[in-house]
Design a protein around this ligand. Structure first.
Ligand code: ZN
Length: 321
């Protein structure tokens, strides 16, 4: 179902089958030139929902802007590129999306998690532990890169890309300062806390994320359009809640550490998670992955702030107080 959420801006809720996120909000901006923001997974259900939306809106040509590299946001881009759409994205993200379309990316990500204590036996090589891997874009795309300072004109809006690393290394929001409209992708979500996870080439994702929250907090925003869940009424209140959440998480992680060396995977087992499982062992494998990713980002923040210690032993990182 399409909903008009602001003048010339329509929201299509796209299903994400068998995924805890359940759905993604894809936005269309209509005018002389049309823009679609994000695509959903590389799954027929997502493709069908978007094709129906395009038909219902009666548009023939449109560009596609990708907020970030996660497969629920860019899974279908090569299909849209083949059908003639111009695909816009930030350079960091675009390069990673193309890298992600091959196996090496996923092998390197596996190795990175092993380095933080994730047991090899839990996933091995070619399994589906990561939902993003199963439904990712599988072909390289010729991106048109956009950057801060550019202006994207669609539907009477003048959108500026805002680089907001943290949730991913090159996550981008779009902001119209005059109309005070912000597309914030997964940077700020109303109903859930955006997952802050380690990525290839990133040392301190939580620090990046907190800095990016401050960047958005400085903006004057009336309409906040998120990629998941319902609209946020006041972005500044939500940003304060997210700051508090991560402060509490940092305190929790610090408290879990003792004078014995622990890996991020070991720390994750002792953190509190909102998941209906009786214990860590019964967590579905992808949830263990995301939980470990969160533990890593908080441990790295504490370590790089000089608050805790880290040591590498046999290629694996251990932390202690
Ligand atoms: Zn995401």
């Amino acid at each position: 179902m399409l909903t008009e959420v602001a003048k010339n801006i329509y929201k299509q809720v796209v299903p994400l089958p068998n995924n805890p996120l359940r759905e993604i909000n894809v936005y269309f901006i209509l005018g002389e030139k049309n823009l679609m923001i994000d695509t959903g997974f590389n799954r027929p259900e997502c493709e069908e929902a978007l094709k129906n939306a395009v038909t219902e809106l009666g548009i023939e040509e449109y560009d596609v802007f990708i907020s970030h590299l996660h497969s629920d946001h860019c899974g279908l881009i090569s299909k849209f590129a083949k059908s003639g759409c111009k695909i816009l994205a930030g350079e960091t993200e675009g390069e990673m999306i193309n890298f992600e379309s091959g196996n090496l990316y996923w092998r390197m990500l596996d190795d990175l998690f092993i380095k933080f204590g994730f047991p090899k036996a839990q996933f091995g090589r070619n399994t589906d532990i990561h939902p993003g891997r199963k439904y990712c874009n599988t072909e390289k795309v010729n991106f048109t890169y956009v950057d801060e300072g550019d202006v994207l004109e669609y539907g009477g809006y003048h959108f500026r890309p805002i680089l907001t690393p943290g949730h991913t290394p090159g996550h981008m929001c779009l902001y119209d300062a005059e109309k005070k409209v912000l597309f914030c992708g997964d940077h700020v979500l109303g109903t859930i806390t955006p997952n802050i996870c380690i990525e290839l080439g990133v040392e301190n994702p939580l620090q990046d994320y907190l800095s990016s929250l401050k960047k958005i907090d400085a903006l004057d925003v009336d309409v906040v359009l998120t990629s998941h869940g319902t609209m946020i009424q006041d972005v500044h209140t939500r940003i304060q809640e997210l700051f508090q959440h991560h402060e509490a998480r940092l305190a929790e992680v610090k408290n879990i550490l003792t004078d014995e060396w622990k890996t991020a995977y070991m720390v994750a087992q002792h953190m509190t998670w909102e998941i209906m499982c009786k214990d860590w062992e019964s967590f579905p494998a992808p949830q263990k992955w995301f939980a470990t990713g969160e533990a890593i980002s908080h441990l790295q923040y504490l370590y790089l702030s000089g608050i805790i210690l880290r040591e590498e032993r046999n290629g694996i990182y251990y932390y202690k107080k």
